[in-house]
Design a protein around this ligand. Sequence first.
Ligand SMILES: Nc1ncnc2c1ncn2[C@@H]1O[C@H](COP(=O)(O)OP(=O)(O)O)[C@@H](O)[C@H]1O
Ligand SMILES: *[C@@H]1O[C@H](CO)[C@@H](O)[C@H](O)[C@H]1NC(C)=O
Length: 311
Amino acid sequence: MSEDVSVVVVGSCMTDLVSQAPRLPKAGETIHGHRFFIGFGGKGANQCIQAARLGAKTAMVCKVGRDVFGNDYIQNFKNNGVSTAYAEQTENAATGAASIIVNDTGENAIVIVAGANMLLGQEELQRALTAIVNAKVLVCQLEINPDTSLQALRMARENHVKTIFNPAPAIVDLCSDFFKASDVFCCNESEAELLTGMSVTSVEDASQVGLELLNKGCGSVIVTLGPQGCVVCQPTNTAPKHIPTTAVTAADTTGAGDSFIGALAFYMAHYPTMPLEEMARRANLVAAMSVQTVGTQTSFPFQKDLPTELF
Ligand SMILES: Nc1ncnc2c1ncn2[C@@H]1O[C@H](COP(=O)(O)OP(=O)(O)O)[C@@H](O)[C@H]1O
Ligand SMILES: *[C@@H]1O[C@H](CO)[C@@H](O)[C@H](O)[C@H]1NC(C)=O
């Protein structure tokens, strides 16, 4: 039932088609690779699945194609306990896909076709209205039509649902309304640079940039810093707070930011009185677990894989 959903994500689904080859092909060239695999991705879906794996009752509001990738994606949500009541399929576009070629030194070339993701709009939000307004937390990113993201954030806000906005992939002239509609504005270093024009190479830079973003009207700002954890900026504690994380051996950091945001959504929904800094500390530890194994969603931990102190 939509009434007991705690985390709703309005966002993207992408099928990753990954070919590993000795090198990237040149224009017009055909080369042989040595491995191919299909993975589930898309920032929206990734974040939703991480929240679900920690124990949140989640629903995904998204659009995929009426094709094999779309069918498989819906099954993937079901396998992870995510409600698919608002995961719609369309005849009018293919499921979002990322064709990725990775060479032996780890460089890549990627073509993303957003496809069905761009057909998620106002009508779909209206159909998901009951779930959105009854949720504890709504999460949005920028891999769908930005107008749809902004509308979803506003819908949540008007109904006292907490919002997390992840401006990814970042756009230079992000409409100021996104800041005003975000309870927590969470981005990484490169997104923070793009949004402010300031360079972010240290914890001090991240603190500066966090304050700059906070001034644009969001409730709080979190800037993630890879192995350095994150910086949390809140209007009440004027000094930005660096939240370091534990050192781990990273095997694959793809999707670390999505694991962090999915975890943050889980904590905001299930521990509403917990200080944001403590939520960020715990989300660091969830994301640190995800970087220790390869893959995106395949690397996201379940509640049972994590220390009980995190719950
Ligand atoms: N090498 C790492 N060691 C430990 N934690 C990491 C590492 N890389 C990322 N993380 C965790 O994942 C979060 C997001 O990573 P980051 O690289 O900032 O985002 P993105 O995936 O968007 O590039 C960090 O705040 C941190 O908690
Ligand atoms: C931040 O996220 C973007 C996706 O929006 C990604 O392309 C970029 O590599 C990330 N930057 C860092 C520093 O991790």
